[in-house]
Design a protein around this ligand. Structure first.
Ligand code: HEM
Length: 168
């Protein structure tokens, strides 16, 4: 896939196993959010994955309220792959004040990630996130699915988000 900044730049060969992730993904129907302590909710989300020829993917995730369309959760960051292996790292900043490093493995077209490092602003709202597990999977029908589970300081690991996207 061509680079949106300079479409003459070739994808760095380190990233070839993740080429399927590049581009813009729009949710095909609202995603489902839940957690034992909150009211279930629906949201829409757009994902952008791009590159500038470095061995790094740049990403932005923007979520919106399904009905009011108001901006909600946002994340941005970088994806790195360890050359010659299937190890992948996501370096993420969230608008909530949380920053995290997730690491995991690419198996076929499935990425399974677990938080390795979590940090937050000194004035972040409780409850604090203790652990995040995230899976991206490109399904045989060409849709991308993302699920996010989290543990907080008062809830064990359980699903918070599930959503599917189509390439736009
Ligand atoms: C609530 C974390 C992504 C929407 C929460 C809570 C936490 C959290 C810790 C509070 C739970 C509680 O009160 O017990 C995260 C993390 C995310 C993420 C770590 C990404 C890895 C999203 C996304 C949306 C979203 C993409 C989509 C709009 C909400 C809503 C609530 C909530 C509506 C309930 C109301 C509120 O507390 O603001 N989330 N969230 N979250 N989250 Fe997320």
């Amino acid at each position: 896939m061509a680079c949106p900044v300079n479409n003459t730049v070739e994808l760095n060969p380190t990233l070839l196993p993740l080429e399927w992730l590049l581009g813009t993904w729009e949710c095909d129907e609202p995603g489902e959010g839940s957690f034992p302590t909150i009211k279930p909710f629906r949201y829409t989300e757009t994902l952008h994955f791009s590159h500038v020829g470095q061995p790094v993917i740049n990403f932005m995730f923007n979520a919106f309220h399904a009905e009011s369309k108001k901006p909600m959760h946002r994340e941005c960051g970088f994806v790195r792959m360890q050359p010659g292996t299937n190890r992948v790292a996501f370096i993420i900043a969230q608008n909530s004040g949380l920053v995290e490093i997730e690491e995991g493995e690419l198996t076929g077209q499935q990425l399974s990630l677990q938080s390795q490092q979590l940090a937050r602003t000194s004035f972040a709202k409780e409850p604090y996130v203790k652990q995040i597990c995230r899976v991206f999977q490109l399904r045989p029908d060409g849709k991308l699915e993302q699920t996010v589970s989290m543990a907080t300081d008062n809830q064990p690991l359980i699903q918070h988000l599930r959503i599917t996207y189509r390439q736009s």
